[in-house]
Design a protein around this ligand. Sequence first.
Ligand code: GLA
Length: 331
Amino acid sequence: MLNLSLAKTYKDYFKIGAAVTAKDLEGVHRDILLKHFNSLTPENAMKFENIHPEEQRYNFEEVARIKEFAIKNDMKLRGHTFVWHNQTPGWVFLDKNGEEASKELVIERLREHIKTLCERYKDVVYAWDVVNEAVEDKTEKLLRESNWRKIIGDDYIKIAFEIAREYAGDAKLFYNDYNNEMPYKLEKTYKVLKELLERGTPIDGIGIQAHWNIWDKNLVSNLKKAIEVYASLGLEIHITELDISVFEFEDKRTDLFEPTPEMLELQAKVYEDVFAVFREYKDVITSVTLWGISDRHTWKDNFPVKGRKDWPLLFDVNGKPKEALYRILRF
Ligand code: GLA
């Protein structure tokens, strides 16, 4: 009964992506991907600790399967991610004596890493998340502490983008973060990006992760404001990790075994509303990626509450379309 395809419906607007593991290329998720999506982000497989676990060893296997699937089915990849405070192996920051590595050594390693990945995936990656989550959100400070920043200094962001620009060919270079549509973080992010751009840093776009929930009354107005602010810097915008939790972040309840009808209705409305905003700003938004395919598995199971299931995506636990999907297909 559902003949419409998400990717086809939005072909004149932006790419429609999903975060995937190699396992998603089989079964029900495969069918959904083939029908509805034209962009894939390896959910974990390109992260530093997975693809480059030891200095002399890369692990290309999972990405090879995702790349082959993408090329065969006329899809593109978003590369995720080079520089991040998480999921980066310890060796990157240590010298051969186990002491903290020098700035020069860490930059050299980063260059080798970025060069290897860019060259390997040049034919299929259209955008790279060069730096992920660098803006501090707990204190007044602008930049988050990390090994990258501690060793290289505040210029690590600029340096990472410059290295990426040397090797990334036609791929666009993105700065990606969460909560960056919220006023407190929008202001900081704007400052950081504006300053980087003024100093000639080759940043093409900003990734708004979009890990949202159905209860946030300010979402639409915050989002519009953020899009306008980032666009005023001349940046392209990708929605990079969209999911809409049925729980408010602070809500710790664990009594539900399925979403209530009210939750599903609210969720459908939020998807409907944010896609209306995405369409309104199609001149600056060039890609929208869901952080998963169906509620069968999502990183929101267990986060932020251990052992609790969540249902944040467009297809249910059996891979059947949810009301949210119908709402964004018919407008
Ligand atoms: C961040 C990262 C993603 C992923 C999510 C949780 O948003 O950018 O790669 O780890 O957290 O799945």
